[in-house]
Design a protein around this ligand. Structure first.
Ligand code: SF4
Ligand code: SF4
Length: 295
């Protein structure tokens, strides 16, 4: 579409190598998710912790959790086999900021090994206001935040609890804190030149009439693209028996929201340990039961 094409032309040379932000780049460049962050500080009703975080992944267990050093060793191996690997992303399987020490260390190690690799991470955004300065200092320029609602009443139907600074908040109170932090974080990052992608899980009868408001709000705060994703009812989650969002409803919503922001349509809802081009997954090839060989 017109808006996606003109958005594409405005991408920086670096972002053109990011297969998720650049439609043109998605058949050329590979990405690798490093599953270094298993902890989370939210309880989303669509999540079952035996499955990957829906922030960036389809329901499927990650086959391993890596330490930052093991992630670096695996990165070196993958980079040798897949030279067009351009992006290393951290998408859980929990929340990348809730496990900040491991996320930070992994970014530092990979940047020191190959400064041209684009680092990307996804988060529920709860800790963004306090960790945004560190992300900026590390040179992270691509961040995805999942924002399902900007109304605490609706948020209370999506999140069971929010765990923040040793306190557990529920209902509207928890949702309000989460939403404020998400929106503040998006504003800080965007103001400093970070490309912010906002993921929205479309849940029929819960937030589907509210998604346009979310898109308009994050646009005002500087987000550059939204990725409206279907609810995939995860077995064992609160929404296990909720109706799955149809492709038709999804497409209708994306068309409505496209007047405000470009829409990502090629997201594959990848595993937290996905490797390769977006339409392929070579994670099984690189999964090891013994340590990865050192470079
Ligand atoms: Fe699960 Fe991700 Fe929500 Fe955490 S943020 S509860 S890992 S879906
Ligand atoms: Fe890209 Fe979507 Fe896969 Fe994330 S989940 S790496 S945004 S295609």
């Amino acid at each position: 579409c017109q808006s996606a094409c003109s958005a594409e032309k405005e991408l920086s040379a670096e972002t053109q190598r990011h297969p998720c932000y650049s439609f043109a780049g998605h058949k050329k460049y590979a990405r690798m998710h490093i599953p270094v962050a298993p902890r989370c500080n939210l309880a989303c009703n669509y999540c079952n912790r035996r499955f990957d975080c829906v922030n960036e992944s389809r329901p499927g267990v990650t086959s391993e959790i890596l330490t930052p050093q093991a992630a670096l060793d695996k990165f070196s191996l993958v980079k040798k086999e897949i030279p067009n690997l351009s992006v290393v992303g951290i998408a859980g399987p929990g929340d990348s900021l809730a496990d900040w020490e491991k996320t930070r260390k992994s970014i530092e190690l990979i940047k020191a090994r190959d400064e041209d690799t684009i680092i990307c991470l996804s988060t529920n955004g709860l800790l963004l206001p306090e960790l945004a300065p560190e992300l900026l200092a590390l040179g992270v320029k691509h961040v995805t935040v999942t924002v399902n609602s900007i109304d605490p009443k609706i948020g209370a139907l999506i999140y069971r609890h929010v765990r923040y600074k040793d306190e557990t908040l529920t209902g509207k109170e928890g949702a309000e804190l989460l939403i404020n932090n998400q929106l503040t974080g998006i504003k800080i990052l965007s103001a400093h030149g970070v490309l912010v992608k906002v993921n929205i899980v479309m849940i029929k009868g819960v937030n589907d009439n509210h998604i346009q408001d979310v898109v308009k709000t994050v646009k005002e705060l500087g987000a550059s693209i939204t990725n409206i994703m279907p609810l995939i009812p995860a077995p064992g989650s609160v929404f296990a028996h909720h109706e799955q969002t149809s492709n038709k409803d999804l497409e209708k919503m994306r068309q409505l929201c496209e007047t405000d922001l470009p829409q990502m349509r090629h997201c594959q809802q990848c595993r937290a340990d996905a490797i390769g081009l977006l339409h392929e997954d070579r994670s099984a090839e690189f999964s090891r039961s013994e340590p990865y060989p050192k470079k």
